[in-house]
Design a protein around this ligand. Structure first.
Ligand code: SAH
Length: 270
């Protein structure tokens, strides 16, 4: 049997193609078929070579486990046909992206997997408004956590599998002194704030920020206190995808959004 693969799991970064790694760009330009997530920016997909096929395999809605299996089978089928396959994921492929599950499935099928790291939203979004998540004057480190829990997963919208955790230990996180960077946190923000403050004892005046659609033309951000976070998100109509940041380091944020550089270099235009 001919050797199949490798298949590259490529991080597309948060939006702006200038935030792709050079390696990610090379893989996109070499791919025959790109299996892309929902969250990948159209300007990144525009860098795929002419004639290459882009397959959208977003997982919003529907039965997650079946769709995940379908994605695995599709990757294996395309690679077995001798095509150069890239699996493209928003941000970093191994940060809340099921990259690990996909790598496992490909390895089990005997296919070599290459991982091309990308810039994750949990670092890029705070940085875009001047928040250095591990500034040592404010926090000894950062915790990247999901706002989803297993109930969401069972409803078909979140993480899955027999060992999926029930959700972060908010009580412990509140006491950790770490900056909290929360992915997928909008839907449960009220219960999350309650868990951190009422159960965890995190002061209600702890600074909090939300940054949506970072490094896209739609980027928006708000800065407030933990107590004000749910109402502020509603009032400002902050929508998914968004990152929540909680901790004193949020005080370093710019009061005005930085204007992103959205022009692509001439050399990258098709
Ligand atoms: N692998 C991705 C995360 C996938 S989970 C990464 O490394 O960034 C999806 C969550 O990521 C969203 O619910 C949101 O919390 C966050 N996210 C992804 N892209 C984003 C963006 N451009 N702006 C803000 N948050 C984003």
């Amino acid at each position: 049997m001919n050797k199949i693969g490798p298949i590259s799991l490529v991080g597309a970064g948060p939006g702006d193609p200038e935030l792709l790694t050079v390696r990610a760009l090379h893989r996109l330009q070499a791919a025959d078929v790109v299996l892309s997530d929902d969250l990948v920016d159209a300007r990144v997909l525009a860098l795929v070579k002419p004639g290459a096929r882009i397959v959208y395999v977003g997982k919003r809605g529907g039965c997650v486990s079946t769709e995940q299996r379908f994605i695995h089978e599709l990757m294996i089928r395309e690679a077995s046909a001798g095509l150069n396959v890239v699996r493209l994921k928003g941000g970093d492929p191994f940060v809340f992206g099921r990259g690990g599950e996909e790598m496992d499935a490909l390895r089990a099928a005997g296919i070599t997997v290459e991982v091309v790291s990308g810039l994750t939203a949990g670092i890029a979004a705070p940085a875009s408004i001047g928040i250095p998540v591990t500034d040592r004057r404010h926090a000894p480190g950062v915790a990247f956590v999901t706002g989803h829990n297993r109930e969401d997963a069972q409803a078909g919208t979140g993480q899955n599998g027999p060992n999926a955790p029930t959700g972060p230990n908010w009580h412990a996180l509140a006491r950790s002194g770490l900056t909290l960077v929360i992915y997928m946190g909008l839907a449960r923000v009220e219960s999350l704030v309650a868990a951190l403050s009422e159960d965890g004892g995190l002061p209600l005046d702890t600074p909090a920020a939300a940054i949506s659609a970072t490094h896209t033309l739609q980027q928006r951000s708000v800065i407030c206190t933990l107590a004000e976070l749910p109402a502020t998100l509603r009032r400002e109509a902050i929508s998914s995808p968004a990152i929540l940041v909680i901790g004193p380091v949020v005080n370093m944020a710019h009061t005005l959004n930085e204007i992103q550089t959205l022009e692509m270099p001439q050399a990258w235009r098709a």
